[in-house]
Design a binder for this molecule. Structure first.
Ligand SMILES: CSC[C@H]1O[C@H](OP(=O)(O)O)[C@H](O)[C@@H]1O
Ligand code: ADE
Length: 292
């Protein structure tokens, strides 16, 4: 029964993915966090016989724009549910001819072009600097790539996702600038998630599903939501197949990567100086390092 499920795998559904086909025994779980409300209740259920928690990034009905997302609440909510691994699904524009609409890319790098978004759990008297040179969990990324192969979906492992602020799409000058930087795909949501997942010691990797060629491409004058939606529907079907395969491949045993110890050498603040309210707020994240 869903009440006794203890999921370790979390799935974030992006644009066009507001539920996960194939879920059984599902129920909604509303999670309170010290950072406010997540985008929606989490849907906890079983996929391929394994307990899994699903969150619609923009909320069901696509109510929340990228700039308004409460990334901290979303990631903290997964942590509170006991999740260790997050599979993120995202629609992206392609900045290279070789990444065609309907292809999947599994990025291994990010560039941040967002403005003023909150991307850390820390502050308020507790300072931590996590390593972010390798922003995704390589083990999970390799598993997602394998899952694409199992599902028969064309995918490329590696590439840089540039995260723009939005919500308007890029100008041609911006799109060409990002191309000159060698960026592979463009989206509006993944950078904060990846950073916060690292701080929360969760494995995180994205399946970036190409919906369009952005506006640089001579055959695609401007990005339109109508074009994107056409491809989103097809991508959503493939995403469901890939996620099923990935969940089947993930062992559920102890993690073999370093993501679960990301904070081990990151906290600089002398714990005796941390305000009690901050200790309480961040207990779930740092408690194991603050024991006497
Ligand atoms: C589909 S229009 C642009 C919208 O799609 C992407 O969202 P997500 O990453 O949640 O799939 C992109 O980042 C924009 O938010
Ligand atoms: N061209 C694009 N730019 C930014 N985000 C996107 N999501 C899907 N296509 C996109």
């Amino acid at each position: 029964m869903a009440e006794s499920l203890n999921p370790k795998i979390g799935i974030i559904g992006g644009s066009g993915l507001y539920h996960m086909p194939g879920f059984t025994n599902q129920r909604e779980v509303k999670v309170d966090t010290p950072f406010g409300d997540p985008s929606d209740p989490y849907v906890v259920g079983e996929l391929e016989g394994k307990p899994v928690a699903f969150l619609a990034r923009h909320g069901r009905g696509h109510r929340i724009s990228p700039s308004e997302l409460n990334f901290r609440a979303n990631i903290y909510g997964f942590k509170k549910l006991g999740i260790e691994t997050i599979i993120s699904l995202s629609a992206v524009g392609s900045l290279k001819e070789e990444h065609k609409p309907l292809d999947f890319v599994i990025p291994d790098q990010f560039v941040d072009r967002t403005r003023g978004r909150i991307s850390t759990f820390f502050g308020e008297g507790l300072v931590a600097h996590v390593s972010f040179a390798d922003p995704v969990c390589h083990h999970l990324a390799a598993t997602l790539n394998q899952a694409c192969q199992h599902a028969g979906v064309a995918a490329k492992l590696g590439g840089t996702y540039i995260c723009m602020e939005g919500p308007a799409f890029s100008t041609k000058a911006e799109s060409n600038l990002y191309r000159s930087w060698g960026m592979d795909v463009i989206g509006m949501t993944n950078l904060q998630e990846a950073k916060l997942a690292r701080e929360a010691e969760l494995c995180y990797s994205t399946i970036a599903m190409v919906t369009d060629y952005d506006c640089w491409h001579p055959d695609h004058d401007a990005v339109t939501v109508a074009d994107i939606i056409r491809n989103l529907t097809h991508n959503a079907e493939n995403a469901a197949k890939v996620v099923k395969a990935a969940v089947g491949l993930l062992s559920g045993g102890p993690r073999i990567c370093g993501c679960g110890r990301a904070l081990e050498y990151a906290i600089l603040t002398d714990k005796s100086t941390v305000p009690p309210a901050t200790c309480q707020k961040l207990e779930l994240l740092v408690g194991k390092y603050f024991q006497a």
